[in-house]
Structures are given as C-alpha cells and as structure tokens.
Design a protein around this ligand. Sequence first.
Ligand code: DGT
Ligand code: CA
Ligand code: CA
Ligand code: ZN
Length: 583
Amino acid sequence: MTNKTHMTNQHLASLFEEIADLLELSGENAFRIRAYRSGASAIEGLSQPVGELIAQGFDLTTVDGIGSTLAEKSKVAIETGSIPALEKLRAEVPTTLRDVMRVPGLGAKKAMKLHQELGVMDLMSLKQVCLDGKVAGLKGFGEKTQQSILQNIDIVAKAAERLRLDDADRLAERLRSHFSSCKAIQRLDFAGSYRRGKETVGDLDILVVSQSPEKVMDRFGEFPDISEILARGDTKMSVRMTGAFQVDLRVVEEACWGAALQYFTGSKEHNVHVRSIAKSLGLKVSEYGVFREGEDQKPIAGSDEASLYEAIGLPWIPPELRENRFEFQKDLAGRLKDLIELTDIRGDLHMHTVYTDGADTIEAMAQAAIDRGLEYIAITDHSKRVSVARGLDDQRLLEQWASIDRIGPKFQDRLQLLKGVECDILEDGSLDLSDETLAQADWVTASVHFGFKQSREEITDRILGAIAHRSVHSISHPSGRLISRRPAYDYDLTAVIQAAAEHGKCLEINANPQRLDLNDLQAAAAAAAGVMIVINTDAHAVGNLELMKYGVGVARRAGIIKKQVLNTKTTKQMLAWLKKHKV
Ligand code: DGT
Ligand code: CA
Ligand code: CA
Ligand code: ZN
C-alpha cells in the first residue's frame, strides 16, 4: 500500500480531533472521546509520516496512544483521504458546532442544547440568538450567561482573524528574546507565512533544533502572553496567546534543519510544486530531507535549504517568492541576482512633518534619514483638502519650500532634500493646488484621500487625470485600502497601470504595514507593464522611516528587481531623472 493521498501527520491528527469533538457533541462516552484525542496527539508526535510507517509494514498499535481501531482508521485515511466514521458523524452533527462548543463557558453539552432548542449552527447564528435575547430564556442559561457568551464570541471569532505583519513582527521579536536564555536551543527560526513576509499572518510557526525538546517546551510555556496550551507532544507544541492568536513550535533534528525549515516555510502550493519537480527527477522531498525514490533511510540533501533546492536543480529561492507564482519561471536565477533588497534603497519620497500631521521637523526627518543611510528624501506634506491634518494651501507650501531652500545647504554632501508635496486628487478630478505651484516642486505625488464611495468610473478618471497632469510624478497608496480595516476603493487598476506606463509616471508601494499598496500582485503587474515603482514609508515621525523594509518585502514578493524601483537610483541619477521629467 502506498500513501497516494500524501496526507501529513498533522492532517490525520486533525481528522481524529474532529471525530473526538463530534463524538463529544453527540454525547458519546468519555472513554471513546479520549481515545481519539490521545491518538491525535500521538500521531502529531511521530517523527516520520504515518504513510511511510505503514508502507514499511510498521505496526502502529505499538505506539503509545494508538489502539487497533485508530491504527485501522489511519490506514483507511492514508489510502482514501477520509474516514467513513467521520463522514457519518459530519452528516449527523454540524461540524461548525465545534466553534460553538469552544466559546468559553459553553462546552459540548450546552452547544448541543443551543443547537436543538434554538437552531444554533455556528458562531454567527449563536450571536444572533443572543442578540435576540432568546438564550436568556433557556433553562440553565439566563441573562448573565447570554451576556458573557456575547463577549466571548468575539474572542473566538478573533481567533479566525489574521495578525498584521508588523504585529506579528513584534510578537516574534518578543518570542525570540524569551527563548534567547534557553540553553537547550541550538537553533531557532520562524517559518510559515511570517517568514514569507505575507501582509497578514494566520499563525506563527517556530522551528527549533534541540537535544532536549522538553526543556524548550517548558520555556515556551513560560511565555507571559499565553492564555492556553492547545497541545503538547514529544516534538510539537501549540499555544494560544491572549487575544486568541496561535503559535506553533516544532523541535527538529539538526540534520533535517533545512528540509524542515523549507517545509514549514511553505507555501503549501510552493511545496507541492517542489515535490513534483523532485518526483520527475526520481527524488522525494519531505520535511526530513531529499531522498532517492525507494531509499527512505539516508537523505542526499536537506541539512540546509540551499542543498535541498540544489538537489532538485534550483537556486535557493528567497522565502518571499515561495507562493508558486513566479519562482519556477525559467529566468529565475537571473532575476534573483537583482531582486530588490533593503540595502538597494537610497531615498524616500513620501514623508510628513510638523507642517501638517507629522510629529517631527524637516531637520529631524533629514537627520533621521542620514542616520538610516539614505542619500535623498522628499518632504511631501498634505495639501489643504486634508483639513484634519492642516493640509497646506499654495501660500504655506511655498513658504515651506522656501525654508527647505534654507535648510538644504546644512545637509549638503550628506543628504539631498527635495521639495515635494502629497497633493490630493479632489472629488471633481482636479488637483488641490494650482498648476503654477505644482510646477515649482521637485517631486509631486498625488493621492486620493476622499470620495471613496464614488463610482468605479469616477475614481478611475480622477486618478487617470492626475497621472496625465504634467507636474505629477507618482500616485501614492494607489488603492486606498487599510489592511483588515478598510477595503480598497473601486477603481480600474489595469487602466491606471496602462496610463502610468504611457506617461512615464510612478506607482507607489506604500511601506506602511497598514497600507502596503500596491500589493504584491498589483506591483508585479505594474512592473511587468513597464511602470517605474517607488517604495516610500509615508513616515509621519522619524521612527517610521524604518518601515521601508515592509515595502521592500512587498516588492520582493512581486519579484521586482532593483532597476524597476525609482528610489534605488543614486542622487545624481535621481536628479537627472527629475530633470528629464520636468516640463
Ligand atoms: P498562515 O499561518 O495561514 O498565515 O499560513 P502558513 O503558510 O504559515 O500556513 P501554516 O501555518 O498552516 O503552515 C506552515 C507551513 O507548513 C505551510 O506554509 C506549508 C507547511 N504545511 C503545513 N501543513 C501542510 C500540509 O498539509 N501540506 C503541505 N504540503 N504543507 C503543509
Ligand atoms: Ca503560519
Ligand atoms: Ca501553523
Ligand atoms: Zn502621505
């Protein structure tokens, strides 16, 4: 028998967990439920895929926690991809009730009662019956329970939410320093979507090399933000943080480090493609290494990631590219050589000062830019339409530029200060400043901050008008979205990209982790159309200049190379570019 389904141990374990939950909801006896739960954690703790063990004729019942029933069901699952007993349970009990039973204070019995008496199916319908006041009237519940359910639903629902990349970054840094005192750890790194630099992260995946997994897990358990230990096996532990975010930790062997890091970095789609390339070469890639087909004992590569990719004829692929989008194209090696890096960035062309809603002066921003190794910056405060930020009218903007003319020489030889502005694209399609004023700027970036509810045609026309304006160099945060808070306005990005390409105008990747637009796929489309990309922090304080890395991350995920990014130019090249674009 072979593992045709390529089911991972994690997946098999999750099927047993689901059976256990559904049995609990059905009111089954505790003994049977516990058998499935301990089976699930036994399977997760195995150091080799169940499919392989079975193929080798290994007797699963010799593993602690796995009896003959579960061994049999494992075989069926590996062979067919499902378990009949689970299918039967799913037909009897809505599997979405599992979320309901996890609401603090409920549990299986109460969840089932809510289902039978009030037709509750999932968190949404639970919230509705609470809001309707129906739960309070139910025997054994009452007003107080109803109130606490309402509060707790939001916590459970939040568990389904993803963490923004910068928040994930802060958590990862705190975890790293928490683990730094653990002497049992030889090596530690983060994998998963966080390592790939996705704009939001579903959970954090930590990978560790250690001879004493228990000590590592003990230390993990001491992290102050943990609200619940979800699972702890021999080599794997999962916890929930307060605020519902999940963190997974896996301890692996030093010899498999590269293979494990590659596997758990994903993406799943990237890994599927990697395995298919391997297969065509008569090789097998798993989280334990690269093996010759049929020889499961000694890996031929996998102690580091580079050796794994090399074994299947590929250069090491940066994690940001591992989404099965561009990384398997023929010209990969050539592009990788020039893939944009943070150190390629020489300037920042979007930032605010105390003249509008920034926290720092022009001088402070300039000094901070020098400290970060930048060679030029454009000061781009808001125009008057942004009245909450005390946006500048023509008069005040000209005054600011006059002071930049005075300040500029102070930084000579260290930093080129450019006179810029972030000019609003008004609802009627006109620009917020006069043509005469705009013509005097070194750098003009135009943005939409208002009128998000306009029609697709209206918003598109506004942006197209700005792109065609002779003094405008760039469009900032072109989609207007705020991650997890506000969707993009409706506009025709393809038309915008085409117009930008025609007029030789830039489109921005806004590096603020709340924005990150253009996003990776949009930026890739723009660059492919020949549009010059500019990556800016939109800093509102000196500390924000460090956000540049997030914008560069988006560009890397888009496969963008150095020469496709305007602010990789040297000061001299930049001034020449600006001169060429001056009318
Ligand atoms: P997330 O957490 O939703 O932002 O996304 P990821 O990519 O971090 O996903 P996660 O945490 O479920 O798993 C981490 C990596 O582990 C994933 O990118 C690839 C690998 N992986 C996990 N489960 C499977 C699986 O069932 N099949 C394959 N091929 N890879 C898996
Ligand atoms: Ca993850
Ligand atoms: Ca995970
Ligand atoms: Zn701005």
